[in-house]
Structure formats: C-alpha cells, structure tokens
Design a protein around this ligand. Structure first.
Ligand SMILES: Nc1ncnc2c1ncn2[C@@H]1O[C@H](COP(=O)(O)OP(=O)(O)OP(=O)(O)O)[C@@H](O)[C@H]1O
Ligand SMILES: [Mg+2]
Length: 453
C-alpha cells in the first residue's frame, strides 16, 4: 500500500514545493492550506505521516498534532518551523511529535525524516498484525500455535476432552504438557469439578502414597486425623499425574489397582472408597525405553495411554516462535505495566536460530527477562542473555572461493528465514524486521532475475 502523507502549510509556495517533492518519492500526498483544513481531513481519512508547519493563523501546528494524536494515534507527526526554539521543539516532542525540522531545511533531511517515520509506522502496523494473529491463534485457552501438527493435537484434544478416557501426554520439558492437561479438563464434562496436579517425581514413595491415597486416623505415628488423598478429593474432576514414569514400581501397582477398580484404599484403611476421577498423566521421558528397561510397568502404560498426545519440541515448529514471543510480550508487558510492544528484527532472527532445549518455557523466560530489561518500546539484542547474543555471530560462507556480496548474503538469509516459517511472509517479514511489502518486492526482483528459484 502506498504511504499516505498529509502536508499542512499556510504558505502556498512552500506547500506546493513539498507536495511535489514527496509525490516524486512515490507517496500519496494530500495538501492542506490551513490547520483547520487539516483537522477536517484528519476526521475523514487515515494518514501515515502528517508533515505540518508549526506557526499558522488560527488552528496551528500543535492543534493539528493534538487532533492527529486523538483521531489517528498510529500516524506520526513531523513539525516544520521557521521559529525553532529549543523550548518549542521540546514541547512538540513531549506532545508526541516524531521529529522537529527547522527552516531553512534541506530536502534531503525532510525525505530522510519522513522515510524514518514511515518505517516506524510500518513496523508498528506489522506488530499489530502479528498481535491480531496471536489473538486468532490463541484458541481462547492460552495455547498459541500456528503449527499444523499442533493444531491436529488440539483437534484430538477437543474431541477426547468430554470422554473420560485416560490420556498420556508426552513431550520434552517445557513443550506445554501441563497446558494441554488443563485444556482437557476445561473442555471436559468435569470442568466444574476440581483439577489437581501432582508431580510424582517430587515425593518419596511414602509421601506420594500419603498424598495420593490419604490415610486413616492412627495409620502411622503422627496420623492424628483422617486425611483424604488427592484421588479421593479429585472425585468428580481431573487428576493430573506429572512425571508419572518417576513412580516406584510398588506405587505403580497401587495406582493401576485404583484405575482398574475405581476405588482407593487409604493408608491403614480396610474398606476401599469409591472414587470417580479422570486421570491424565505426563512424562518427558521416552516411555517405550522406560518400559524396556523395566522402570515403567507396561500394564499401567496401557491403562494411562488410552490416547497419547505427543507434543513436538519447539525446534520442530519454528513458525510458532514469533507468535509465542509476541504472546509472552503481551503477557509480561501488561503484567509489568511497561509500554514494550516490539521485538527487534535482530532479536527475532536470533530466536529463530536458537535450538531451544528448554522449549516454550525457555522462550517465555527469555521474553520475560527481555521485557524487564527493555528501556524503550522494544526488546533489543542487549536485553538477551549473553550466551544467546553470541549465538548470533554470522558464519561466513564462500561462493566460488570469494565472500558473498551483501545482496547475496541477504538473499540467502531471507530464503532461510522463509524456509523456517514454511513460506509465511508475514512471519518472515516480522523476523527480518522489514515490512511485508519490501519483502515481497525483494522476492519478486530475485524471481525475475532467476525465474527458476
Ligand atoms: N503453545 C503454547 N502457547 C502458550 N503458552 C505455552 C504454550 N506451550 C507452553 N506454554 C507455556 O510455557 C510454559 C511451560 O509449559 P508447561 O508447564 O505446560 O510445559 P511442560 O511440558 O509441562 O514442562 P515440564 O516437562 O518441564 O513439566 C508455561 O508457562 C506454559 O503456559
Ligand atoms: Mg509440566
């Protein structure tokens, strides 16, 4: 889309001159002969940049700025004035002007400032687009993804959620296993009932048994009162057994009995208690290996694994990185009440290149840290941990024994990014830190030069 400029000046000659110059730059220019005319125009149509004289009869440049801020907050306003004082410049910038050009000015300077303002507008628009995309992919449940394999998992999850069948959720650490467990609970007929999660790897056998099964009064020294276990208190709801493969063999036997009989025997008890609980389990271990090594009982595995949801690592769905990054940026910026809205192109490129052994949790931590460190409206490279900053050092590759030209290097890099995001140009442009139109122009030019590519 052509950039739209509104130029405001009550000096006819200056106005026509600027209009001419900016039209030659390829912008779509509207000229206003007074502040009042500009205010009317700002009510009727959207502009990207407003270039206005400061001193005008009646409605002046500051009024135009105020009007623009109020009705078109996305537009940037640039002042041009012959009465430049430090004080008026500070005033203008304080009220949100993008820049302040003093007369007499060089046309080069105006061209440059307008181009910079437009780049800022374009980047903000790209970020807005990405934010809208995040909303669209958020699924109302906090699971953000654009990956087809993940979307298939979500479809399956939606389908099996209302049934009572057990689900084993597998995947590397930080891939979102617990998020899926909560999702299943919320979409089940038990959603009004309790959801309880317990990390089976975090307790000794005795403590875990006590937590899960509870005990009768007097079951052991210190058991001064009856305590119901989580299996019992989760009745009517969902129990999520995290790191289920860490259970000892004897605990596995007890759990299997509970699942088969749908009743639980409290420690020290003699009469089993009926319980109506749906069990979800998760592990980041390779389950078949655990079974082969005799660490995990196969019969329990079959009980738990009625349906298996295997969540792919983040490295296998790099297209999710920009979306998740933006999602976490929204989350932490609002939590910290900081006006951080952007992730710089360079940061995004580093994130796309990083293998993320800690998966989504690691990305979330990076963005949380970056948001906390950001001083402006963007997360920049210096807000990343040093180890990650270093990962960005370019590897020089040679073509026919020589180093590549800047354009060749750019081309290789852009194609690589496109590959990573499976051809999604919006995502690629975001990562590259350019707007989609410029990405498209570059691709088109290369295609025309080398139609086979
Ligand atoms: N697709 C996603 N969209 C939004 N947030 C996500 C997504 N996947 C993971 N997260 C977030 O990442 C963090 C880690 O997710 P979660 O705790 O579910 O991972 P996990 O697989 O259970 O990890 P672990 O194996 O270490 O227990 C959480 O804060 C979660 O909200
Ligand atoms: Mg977990």
């Amino acid at each position: 889309m052509e950039a739209r400029l509104l130029i405001v000046d009550d000096e006819e000659i200056a106005l026509l001159n600027l209009q001419h110059v900016m039209e030659k730059e390829g912008y779509q220019v509207t000229a206003a002969r007074s502040g009042a005319a500009a205010v009317r125009l700002l009510e009727q149509k959207d502009y990207d940049v407003v270039l206005t004289d400061l001193r005008m009869e009646g409605v002046d440049g500051m009024d135009v700025l105020r009007k623009s801020r109020a009705s078109q907050p996305k537009a940037e306003v640039i002042f041009i004035t012959g009465y430049a004082t430090a004080e008026s410049a500070v005033q203008a910038l304080k009220h949100g002007a993008f820049y302040y050009i003093a007369k007499p000015f060089r046309l080069d300077e105006v061209r440059k400032v307008v181009a910079e303002a437009l780049a800022k507008v374009a980047l903000r628009r790209e970020n807005d687009a990405l934010r809208r995309e995040v909303e669209r992919y958020r699924d109302g449940d906090g699971i953000v993804t654009q990956d087809t394999a993940m979307q298939r998992l979500l479809d399956i999850a939606r389908q099996i959620a209302p049934t009572d069948c057990s689900v084993l959720i597998t995947g590397e650490s930080g891939t979102g296993k617990e998020l899926f467990a909560k999702y299943l609970h919320r979409h089940s007929t038990r959603c009004e009932g309790p959801y309880t999660a317990i990390n089976c790897g975090a307790f000794s056998e005795q403590l875990l048994a006590n937590e899960l099964f509870g005990h009768e009064k007097g079951a052991f020294t210190g058991a001064t009162a009856l305590k119901k276990g989580l299996i019992e208190t989760s009745s009517g709801g969902t129990l999520f057994l995290d790191e289920v493969t860490e259970m000892t063999p004897s605990m596995q036997v007890k759990l299997l009995r509970v699942l088969q009989e749908k009743e639980v025997l409290r420690l020290g008890g003699t009469r089993p208690v009926k319980c109506d609980v749906r069990v979800l389990a998760a592990t980041n271990r390779d389950v078949s290996e655990a079974i082969r090594n005799g660490v995990f009982r196969e019969d329990l595995y079959f009980r738990l694994n009625v349906v298996n949801l295997q969540i792919p690592p983040l490295a296998q769905r790099k297209g999710d990185i920009p979306l998740l990054a933006q999602h976490f940026l929204l989350k932490y910026a609002s939590r910290m009440k900081k006006p951080v809205t952007r992730i710089s192109g360079e940061v995004m490129a580093l994130l796309m290149d990083y293998p993320f052994p800690g998966n989504v949790r690691e990305l979330e931590n990076l963005i949380e840290r970056g948001t906390a460190m950001a001083v402006d409206d963007a997360i920049e490279v210096e807000h990343l941990p040093e180890s990650l900053q270093k990962a960005g050092t370019l590897n020089l590759r040679r073509i026919d024994g020589r180093l590549p030209t800047l354009e060749e290097q750019e081309q290789t890099y852009i194609y690589r990014v496109l590959e990573e995001v499976k051809g999604n140009q919006t995502a690629a442009a975001q990562i590259l830190g350019i707007n989609r139109a410029s990405l498209w122009r570059k691709l088109k030019a290369w295609q025309e030069a080398e139609p086979g590519k």
